[in-house]
Design a protein around this ligand. Structure first.
Ligand SMILES: CC(C)(COP(=O)(O)OP(=O)(O)OC[C@H]1O[C@@H](n2cnc3c(N)ncnc32)[C@H](O)[C@@H]1OP(=O)(O)O)[C@@H](O)C(=O)NCCC(=O)NCCS
Length: 163
C-alpha cells in the first residue's frame, strides 16, 4: 500500500523539532561511499533495496540520506528511487532501532523532498503504516492493488541471496 504525506502540514514541522536531539548524524550520502551503503543495505535488508539505492544515488543531489553513529553507518532513507515523489526505502540497523534514528531519517528526507519542490510525498509500498501515520500524518492511498509495484519481477526463493 502507498501512503500520502502533506509536506506543508503541521506534523512534519512537529517532527523536525522532535528529532533535533538524535545521537546520529543525518546527512546526504556522497557518491564515493555508495558501494559501502549498498553493501550495508544488502547485508541488513535486500537486493531490491540495493537496486533502489542505486536509482536514488543516480541523480543530483543524491536521493539517499544516511545515519552515522561514531563513524558507522546505522540507517538510510531514499527518495525519488522507484518513482519521482516517492519516499523509501528506509531502514535502521536492528540494534539501533527505537532510538529515534528512523524518525530523524524520515524528517530529514521529507524536508529534502520539500526543498526539491514537492508539496506531497508518497510513501511507496508501506510496511509499518502506523509508523508513518503517527510520525507525519500519512494516509493510505486507495489503489485496489493497482500500483507501480504490480507485476514487479522477483527472484524465486532459491535465487534469493543469503544475508
Ligand atoms: C521502521 C524503522 C525504519 C523505524 O526505525 P527506528 O529507528 O526504530 O524508529 P524510531 O526509533 O525513530 O521510531 C520512533 C517511533 O516510531 C514507532 N515505530 C518504530 N517502528 C515502528 C513500526 N514498525 N511500526 C509502528 N511504529 C513504529 C516507535 O514506537 C516510536 O514511537 P513513539 O515515538 O511514539 O514511541 C525500523 O524499524 C526499520 O528499519 N524497520 C525495518 C525496515 C522497514 O520496515 N522499513 C520501512 C519500509 S516502508
Amino acid at each position: 500500500m502507498d501512503c500520502l504525506v502533506n509536506l506543508y502540514a503541521q506534523p512534519l514541522a512537529t517532527l523536525a523539532a522532535r528529532v533535533e536531539i538524535t545521537e546520529a548524524t543525518i546527512r546526504v550520502a556522497l557518491p564515493p561511499e555508495q558501494h559501502i551503503i549498498k553493501d550495508w543495505v544488502r547485508r541488513h535488508f535486500s537486493e531490491y533495496w540495493v537496486s533502489e539505492v542505486t536509482a536514488a544515488m543516480a541523480h543530483q543531489p543524491p536521493g539517499c540520506l544516511i545515519a552515522v553513529v561514531e563513524g558507522e553507518l546505522v540507517g538510510f532513507a531514499c527518495y525519488d528511487a522507484t518513482a519521482r515523489g516517492f519516499f523509501g526505502p528506509t531502514g535502521v540497523a536492528e540494534e539501533q532501532r527505537g532510538k529515534g534514528i528512523g524518525l530523524a531519517l524520515l524528517s530529514a528526507t521529507l524536508q529534502a523532498m520539500k526543498a526539491q519542490g514537492y508539496a506531497y510525498a508518497i510513501i511507496g509500498g508501506v510496511g509499518p503504516v502506523d509508523f508513518y501515520s503517527k510520525a507525519v500524518g500519512a494516509v493510505p492511498i486507495p489503489d485496489e492493488g493497482e500500483d507501480i509495484y504490480q507485476g514487479l519481477l522477483r527472484l524465486k526463493p532459491a535465487q534469493e541471496a543469503q544475508p
